[in-house]
Design a protein around this ligand. Sequence first.
Ligand code: E4P
Length: 215
Amino acid sequence: MRLFMDTANIDEIRRGAAMGVISGVTTNPSLVAKEGIQYKDRVLEICEVVDGPISAEGIAQTADELVEEGKRIAAWHENVIVKVVMTEPGLEAISRLSAEGIGTNCTLIFSANQALLAARAGATFVSPFVGRLDDGGQDGMEMVREAVQILESFHLPTQVLAASLRHTRHVTDAALAGAHVATIPSTVLFQMLKHPLTDSGIERFLADAKGYTAV
Ligand code: E4P
């Protein structure tokens, strides 16, 4: 499973990228709004830091407008993936953008059927929102498992990008469910590398190492 960062904060992205574990970034209008910067400017900065798919979301409503906006967004940089919400015009836009070779990420996916539709329309990625389904008392990870099984059974090339992940167990479960990608908030990414036994083990090694001089 590849790991993307789910943030528009450039300092967090630089820190994550420096560890060599990040293959892409997802953004959305809410994440960029928190940064107080123009969407295009931030996406271009991210493209300088991470050499992989960078999702940027449009806000148009009709299929024609979504296609026009999607082409503009895709022209920002060769690594930009156009995020399109799961609606009827969204599916038409994905199908038309995909026919022109433009990468798309169908977002706000809340069922395996929506994932199948987006895959059939030609989406590069589908983004099932695990945490938001969990919030409503449903099993978000089951949707990821079903989507992966369906797309793989029918040899559809669309990648399942587990999104709306809220804690470290979500990341493990997404990998076990076979998600091709997990997009992870920075707090969760940095928590993944921590374990109290690692910390106490380091303290003990350092304390014991005081008894000799390393060559
Ligand atoms: C990523 O593509 C999504 O926009 C993001 O994971 C949504 O996460 P949230 O449900 O925590 O807002």
